[in-house]
Design a protein around this ligand. Sequence first.
Ligand code: 0PR
Length: 379
Amino acid sequence: MRNHGLSQKDVNDKLTRIIKKDTNFNSGKIFGSMCTAPHYFSQKIYSKYLEKNIGDPGLILGTQKLENDSIHMIGSLLSHPGAIGSVVSGGTEANVIALWAARNYFNISNAEVILPSHSHHSFNKAANILGIKLIKIPSKNGIIDVNLIEKKITRNTILMIGVAGNTPLGLIDPINELSDLAIKFSIPLHIDASFGGFIIPFLRKSKYKIPEFDFSLPGVYSIVVDPHKMGMAPIPSSCILFRNNKFLNSLSNNINYLSGGKKPRKTLLGTSPGASIISLWALMNFLGQDGYSKIALRCMKNTQYLYEKLNTISGIDIVQKPVLNIIGFKFRKISNQSLAKKIRKKGWAISVFPTHIRLVIMPHINRQHIDNFIDSLSS
Ligand code: 0PR
């Protein structure tokens, strides 16, 4: 750090010069991210409440009420208004908490968790930290092959996982079949709806035929939903919801010395932004289900538009017809890595998987961006 501070203008000038290197959502170039520009209203609210620290919840009882209300609102969207849980930093923290709670509750050595091979890498982190063995089930057509699960269940299985909106292709595992297995073998089922949680409920309410994936299925015990993805909330914002406090009680962490008094919080982080909670609550109240439905439908229409345009390009293979607002494609004559390099060279931010290039059609993408991308891909 310098000895003497600069003027605000000098700092701003310096900062602006450096931050120019970032790619912004409003460039229309980001086709590979599951995040998006936060809604302007939630940004405004967030910036008003920067001092709030939910790590000392007793100090901010109002914010804590907003957290409970937010969990209640999201629980209602997921068919269980009585769900309990927390607003946390991201899908990674939320998935860690789900595994942590299950591991502590069962309290056995050699705990195993059964999950699809396409699961997000946050489960690898969770398993590594918690000393859990992951049993990965191969996918069939991009979703978990349910027929392979039963023979992998052992006395040590503490949890099964299904994904609603998976990272590579946005596909949804057959959660109803997973729930049946969960009930049959008395194993709780965790749903990673980190991406899908803020779009599937709204699509289900319109003409989209997407099967049940939430607490309406009796085997589902916990769900992760990330408002900082399709919820358009400021980063960081994720929610972990539990059907009841059976597992959560095993995370009791009694801290007695906090300024706000004894108020245990069953999350991983300590100090963390209360502004995430406040701005999420405000945005959900501002947009309502109608507002979120409009966003969801617009993304799906844009996805269909892009899908049809891609289909007209010769030599292209689209991995699957999209279920949500994610498309995977490849070209027959070029490796995915070389293709990604070529596309990125033209300034596009896309994701590359071993099997395909991933495009995520988030709320910041419009028709013009899609046309520009297609032109660039075809040239
Ligand atoms: N579960 C699923 C199904 C996910 O896709 C992700 C993130 C997570 C959990 C973890 O969420 P957090 O990143 O909030 O901890 N998936 C995105 C991905 O891997 C994360 C991301 C977002 C990466 C924006 C890049 C980016 O620009 O694509």
